[in-house]
Design a protein around this ligand. Structure first.
Ligand code: AHR
Length: 490
């Protein structure tokens, strides 16, 4: 029997709801034929935006959406995506599949999408191939309420009031697709570009600098040293790739037990990355003013056979649910230091929440994890600890159980716990001193490691309610192999 302790008297930082954020790029079928189907579509839409997706994301309380990339951001010229749609420039999306980008989804459409979702927009600017003036004018266009060339242009395009825009990224992966820069060079460019990202009136922009890839600690060191005082957030990108190389990442659906545990083990590395980067950041920012923003994370496999290799379309199984669960637990446990995170990418790309095909839509196991975890948003982290063994195959050993806990503003306690073992169930005794008599409920997501939802079987993996048992000191429940649970104590 495993024991899970939660201490309601030891509260930590608030788990920002922005740790539950998402990312959408002009890539494959994320925006076009994903979020955006156009007003003429027979698929129910409002202003071209697909309503079944909007409703699904509202249910999990999506807090923030990042756009327009990714690598696409550093070749996106925002003026191509405003004004009458028929006159917008058509270009080639060189990064992603070489398809025509007709710019029919631009700034106004993105802001409308965020309005419908009820979430904050996070716009990523172009430092790699755009000018300082272009970046500066984009911020002026979106956020200035007075009389100015860009504010007037916005009005000509039908939007009188400025939008509220807090989160603005100054470049993306500038160590790679965003210009192949050295950290010293990027830091200097960041200082220059960020100077002209203005906060107009009440709209205080939270400036986000391009941070490292995975364990590139030198990048963090150099960028923080030279540009730390000019930024509010620094990004980290970390993708879990189960295979040995980017050329052989492994299949999303057809994988062995060993690959399952390799994926979990590599996903768990997020903890070490977050801690090491935060440690470096704090050397240059001892007050902890600059937050770490993991604005791209998730599992990255080979594309589904027969699909465009540049579209990064992959299926999503219980393996993805488990990696999402442990990653979100890690973010919760580092609340305060990590201030935002964005899973890549919401619809039809990489570890998506939502897959579509024509008018059909399916919610993935990863979506259901965000549903189980949503009560942690803006709750206070609680100290928690689990006593259990290990699971694994070959060299890949992982903890059998992985957990986090929080208390919300009404005093309810939320505990999320994942059973990483693909073979063994875990009997759990939950001890929460002082809450022995609390009313308790449990929602469970369980399946085989390769179970997934398809258009013909959309609820092969869906959460269900389960009963808990109780004795004088604890609650007891059973976690089947490969499962994720959310327990609520009222
Ligand atoms: O999410 C796909 C790509 O991964 C993004 O465009 C880029 O930033 C990262 O390399």
């Amino acid at each position: 029997m495993a024991v899970l302790y939660v201490n309601p008297l030891r509260r930590g930082a608030v788990i920002s709801r922005f740790l539950y954020g998402h990312f959408s790029e002009h890539l494959g079928r994320c925006i076009y034929n994903g979020f955006f189907v156009g007003e003429e579509s027979t698929i129910p839409n409002e202003k071209g935006i697909r309503q079944d997706i909007v409703q699904a994301l509202r249910r999990i309380r999506i807090p923030v959406l990042r756009w327009p990339g990714g690598c696409f951001a550093d070749e996106y010229h925002w003026k191509d995506g405003i004004g009458p749609r028929e006159t917008r420039k058509r270009m080639v999306n060189t990064h992603w599949g070489g398809v025509v980008e007709d710019n029919s989804f631009g700034t106004h459409e993105f802001m409308e999408l965020c309005r419908q979702l009820g979430c904050e927009p996070y716009v990523n600017g172009n430092l790699g191939s755009g000018t300082v003036q272009e970046m500066s004018e984009w911020v002026e266009y979106m956020t200035f309420g007075g009389v100015s060339p860009m504010a007037d242009l916005r009005r000509v395009n039908g939007r009188e009031e400025p939008w509220r825009l807090k989160y603005f990224g100054v470049g993306n992966e500038n160590w790679g697709c965003g210009g192949n820069m050295r950290p010293e060079y990027y830091a200097d460019l960041y200082r220059r570009y960020a100077t002209y990202v203005r906060s107009y009136g009440e709209n205080k922009v939270f400036k986000i600098a391009c941070g490292p890839n995975a364990d590139d600690y030198e990048w963090t060191e150099k960028v923080m040293q030279s540009a730390g005082r000019f930024m509010d957030g620094l990004t980290l990108h970390y993708y879990t790739v189960p295979g040995e190389s980017w050329e052989a990442k492994g299949s999303a659906l057809d994988f062995s037990r060993e690959e399952y545990y390799a994926t979990l083990k590599k996903a768990l590395r997020m903890e070490e990355l977050v801690e090491n980067h935060l440690r470096i950041m704090r050397r240059y920012d001892p007050e902890g003013r600059v937050g770490l923003i993991v604005d791209e994370w998730g599992n990255w496999y080979d594309v589904e056979p027969g699909t465009n290799p540049g579209f990064l379309f992959q299926q999503n199984t219980m393996r993805d649910a488990l990696t999402a669960a442990v990653t979100l637990n890690i973010f919760n446990r580092h609340a305060g230091g990590v201030v935002m995170a964005n899973l890549a990418q919401t619809v039809n790309v990489l570890q998506a929440l939502v897959l579509t095909e024509g008018e059909d839509m399916v919610l993935t196991p990863t979506y259901h994890v965000f549903d189980l975890y949503k009560e942690h948003q803006d709750a206070a982290l609680l100290e928690s600890y689990v006593e259990a063994g290990e699971a694994g195959a070959g060299p890949w050993r992982v903890p059998a159980l992985h957990q986090s806990a929080s208390m919300d503003g009404e005093g309810r306690i939320h505990i999320t716990v994942a059973n990483l073992s693909a073979e063994e169930a875990q009997e759990i005794r939950l001890r929460v001193p002082g809450r022995e008599k609390a009313e308790a409920s449990l929602r469970l997501l369980a399946g085989e490691m390769g179970s997934y939802n398809s258009f013909s079987s959309p609820c092969a993996v869906c959460p269900r309610e389960e009963a808990l048992e109780r004795d004088a000191q604890s609650l007891r429940f059973r976690l089947p192999p490969c499962s994720v649970a959310a327990v609520e104590l009222r």
